[in-house]
Design a binder for this molecule. Structure first.
Ligand SMILES: NC(=O)c1ccc[n+]([C@@H]2O[C@H](COP(=O)([O-])OP(=O)(O)OC[C@H]3O[C@@H](n4cnc5c(N)ncnc54)[C@H](O)[C@@H]3O)[C@@H](O)[C@H]2O)c1
Ligand SMILES: O=c1ccn([C@@H]2O[C@H](COP(=O)(O)OP(=O)(O)O[C@H]3O[C@H](CO)[C@@H](O)[C@H](O)[C@H]3O)[C@@H](O)[C@H]2O)c(=O)[nH]1
Length: 348
């Protein structure tokens, strides 16, 4: 934040200028919700995205969208030469657990090399604040019912390991180079902005909630459930679903937190309630009023049986409160979007 006086020498009036924020991956699902919250609060925002999964239509027309790749160091140099950023939100990554098991090379290059390139560009431009999208997938199978930040991180898949590596890099860069960082380990992002203007639109879609809703709409024949022989209430995997706007609101709090606290910090973001796949399916049937067909398939490699967050640290230190913790409300916002998506593979 920059504070200027309207009359130099005489402090008559304080004008608070909003920070300029780079949102890498800002055309993606969570990034686009972040951009919307930043714009609503009058931040100066620039989006950098290679549109491999992102949708240009999800970025407001007032926000510059620079199409570029984190693996292209020239494009990054140009970006940081053209703009003076106060902080970076880094959402850009490949995100599918199952795919990372069969194509780890692509995941390590994109998520690890891409992030190292971004950090190099930041350092050259003297930008020293970054909020990094990490994940519950860094933890592996839990040793306690709720996963707090102190829980050991033994990721079960390459995707989670790319994120864990970057958490470690950020801690080292904080120590050596003074880079301030917040790593948010989201549990399962779901839902859509209640405006109905933006939502989840991946191609192909791999996430549970949209796949359930696509089956409800007949866009898929049925939901494939990846295994029902886990040690959970009904044998299907348990996850902690958190509304995408609640993830974004934590990022706003992180800016002030980094101002006051040098170094690297991590926070788990979830609602603290685990739902099995069958329970999410039942909740979606209630919300949609439709019977949703499904079949049981083999386990998907790399899946933890259960991932549920303890988010006390974010609540205490960031003053963060999720505004939409109810699973049916989360699904309802996604359902409103999926019935009439404005972009993506099922639009029109
Ligand atoms: N969706 C979830 O449930 C979840 C949970 C935990 C963590 N995360 C993390 O949150 C972040 C955002 O997830 P999302 O669901 O919005 O994913 P997404 O795929 O919708 O968005 C990622 C965006 O990054 C862009 N991108 C990817 N690689 C890039 C590159 N090399 N250069 C430039 N742009 C690139 C994509 O085009 C896309 O727009 C990711 O880092 C993901 O690992 C997501
Ligand atoms: O069509 C589907 C989709 C998913 N699942 C299962 O549902 C659960 C949740 O899967 P998914 O929605 O793909 O989320 P995760 O695999 O838990 O991964 C998400 O949540 C992680 C945090 O927990 C993030 O890091 C990842 O980026 C994000 O993809 C898993 O057991 C999947 O195997 C199905 O059975 N059928």
């Amino acid at each position: 934040m920059l504070y200027l006086t309207s009359r130099p020498g005489k402090i008559k009036r304080i004008i608070k200028l909003k920070s300029k924020i780079l949102v890498c991956g800002g055309a993606g699902y969570i990034g686009s919700h972040m951009v919307r919250q930043l714009v609503e609060r009058s931040y100066d925002v620039v989006v950098f995205d290679n549109l491999s999964q992102g949708n240009a239509a999800s970025v407001p027309s007032t926000v510059p969208l620079i199409e570029g790749d984190l693996l292209n160091t020239d494009a990054l140099a140009r970006l940081f030469a053209e703009h003076r950023f106060d902080a970076v939100y880094h959402f850009a990554a490949l995100i599918a657990v199952g795919e990372s098991v069969v194509a780890p090379d692509i995941y390590y290059r994109n998520n690890v090399v891409g992030t190292l390139n971004l950090l190099d560009a930041m350092r050259k431009a003297d930008v020293d604040r970054i909020v990094f999208s990490s994940t519950a997938a860094t933890f592996g199978n839990p040793q306690t019912a709720l996963i707090a930040e102190s829980h050991p991180q033994n990721s079960l898949n390459p995707y989670g390991r790319t994120k864990l590596m970057m958490e470690q890099v950020l801690a080292d860069y904080g120590h050596a180079f003074g880079i301030r960082s917040v790593c948010f380990r989201y549990f399962n992002a779901a839902g859509a902005d209640p405006s109905g203007e933006i939502g989840e639109a991946h191609e192909p879609e791999t996430h549970l909630v949209p796949n359930i809703l696509l089956a409800a709409l007949g866009e898929r024949d049925m939901l494939d459930i990846n295994g029902n022989d886990y040690d959970t209430r009904d044998g299907t995997c348990t996850r902690d679903y958190i509304h995408v706007n609640d993830i974004a609101s934590a990022h706003l709090a992180a800016l002030d937190y980094m101002d006051a606290n040098p170094g690297a910090h991590d926070f788990n973001l979830g609602n603290g309630n685990g739902f099995t796949i069958m329970e999410v399916l039942e909740a979606a049937e209630k919300v949609t009023g439709r019977k949703i067909p499904y079949r049981i398939k083999p386990r998907r490699e790399g899946d933890a049986a259960t991932l549920v967050a303890d988010s006390s640290r974010a609540k205490t230190l960031l003053g963060w409160t999720p505004e939409m913790p109810d699973i049916e409300m989360i699904i309802k916002t996604a359902w409103d979007w999926h019935q009439a998506p404005k972009y993506g593979p099922y639009a029109g």
